[in-house]
Design a protein around this ligand. Structure first.
Ligand code: COI
Length: 354
């Protein structure tokens, strides 16, 4: 397939103030778009000016949420070059989500090349300040106008870009986590592992309740027993427990995070034993009290590494550490961001230079 590059007529001035970047608010001048019709496949791939879409009110995505997305980042290095972190892994996961949601797969090589070309064209939007990056959001939606419940025959796939600072307002400050004993995010056999909008929509009610009580995020328990910790909506959870790293196994309800994978590889190299096992909420609460749980942090593309300061469950809150990010959490954050920003060698082949 050919990639058409359309002219840009009305560029914006650019990033106004890199110190004031808000996650996901400002978008760059161009976007990648391609369309799918069954019988014809993907076609009309183009990089065009960023603009709203006109879609039919009956478009199936608007009714039955046939939608998937990805999140990845490009980083500015000191020599002014631009690097992407594990982009092929995100494209592969995009296709995994597509399969789960009965949507057409993309040609991974072509899609990746198109994303790289988009970032080349939009390179002035990759910020330079510490902790900033260009967030890349590949998305696919079902556009066929039809109210029957079945996989659509038409889709739109697009990629938009936004320069970002820290995901949480407090930067790398420890977050307060509420463990829900009532709401659940994903059940076995469901779509928890797919990066599909419905999983996030389903998390909002509990997230709003948590926010009203003063918490930053919700930690979900398994749907069956409401006993074992799974993930936080925008990140996987890792625990330093008895000197080992404990994280929930990938059994279909938890996202196979690319930052999670990277963190686990780095932690193994740092000498830590990894236990991918069910960790109960009782172990977390008691562990924080008796010191067996030393640190806890979330991993995700948007948050990178996010230290947990406290967990609250039912009527009890437990504090982790002294209100500062844990030592291992910071070591890992520095190692991972060091690789992403080109300050440390990339021994894993995770970096793709533009
Ligand atoms: C990411 O980390 O890229 C995510 O997809 C989380 C997002 C929902 C903000």
């Amino acid at each position: 397939m050919n990639l058409e590059i359309q002219p840009l007529t009305n560029p914006q001035p650019g990033i106004e103030d890199e110190n004031k970047l808000v996650f996901g608010k400002q978008f760059t001048d161009r976007m990648f778009v391609m369309e799918y019709d069954s019988g014809k496949g993907w076609h009309s791939a183009r990089i065009q000016p960023y603009a709203p879409f006109t879609i039919d009110p009956a478009a199936m995505v608007l009714h039955y949420s046939q939608e998937i997305f990805e999140g990845l980042k490009a980083f500015r290095h000191a020599d002014d070059s631009i690097a992407m972190f594990r982009p092929a892994d995100n494209v592969a996961r995009f296709n995994q989500s597509a399969r789960r949601m009965c949507m057409p797969e993309v040609d991974e090589q072509f899609f990746l090349e198109s994303i790289l070309e988009l970032i080349r064209l939009e390179s002035r939007w990759v910020p330079r300040n510490e902790g900033t990056s260009l967030y890349i959001r590949p998305t696919m939606i079902a556009t066929e106008a039809m109210l029957g419940v079945r996989p659509a025959d038409q889709y739109l796939c697009y990629v938009i870009l936004c320069p970002v600072g820290a995901y949480y307002k407090g930067g790398i400050a420890p977050v307060k986590i509420w463990i829900s004993d009532h709401y659940v995010r994903a059940a076995e056999g469901g779509t928890g592992e797919a990066k599909t909008g419905g999983n996030y929509a389903a998390s909002l009610y509990a997230a709003r309740e948590a926010a009203l009580k003063g918490y930053d995020q919700v930690l979900w328990l398994d749907a069956k027993e409401k006993r074992y910790v799974e993930e936080v909506g925008s990140m996987n959870m890792l625990f330093l427990y008895d000197g080992k790293i404990v994280t929930s196994p990938l059994q279909g309800t938890v996202l196979d995070g690319i930052t999670r994978r990277s963190a686990l590889s780095l932690l193994v190299e740092m000498g830590y034993k990894i236990e991918e096992r069910a960790l109960s909420v009782d172990e977390v609460m008691a562990g924080a009290d008796n010191g067996r749980l030393q640190e806890a942090f979330g991993t995700g593309t948007a948050v990178v590494i996010s230290p947990v300061g406290s967990f609250c469950y039912q009527d009890t809150c437990v504090q982790l550490g002294n209100g500062q990010p844990g030592e291992l959490t910071m070591q890992l954050y520095n190692k991972l961001t060091g690789i992403q920003y080109g300050q440390q060698p990339d021994n894993h082949g995770w970096i793709t230079k533009l």
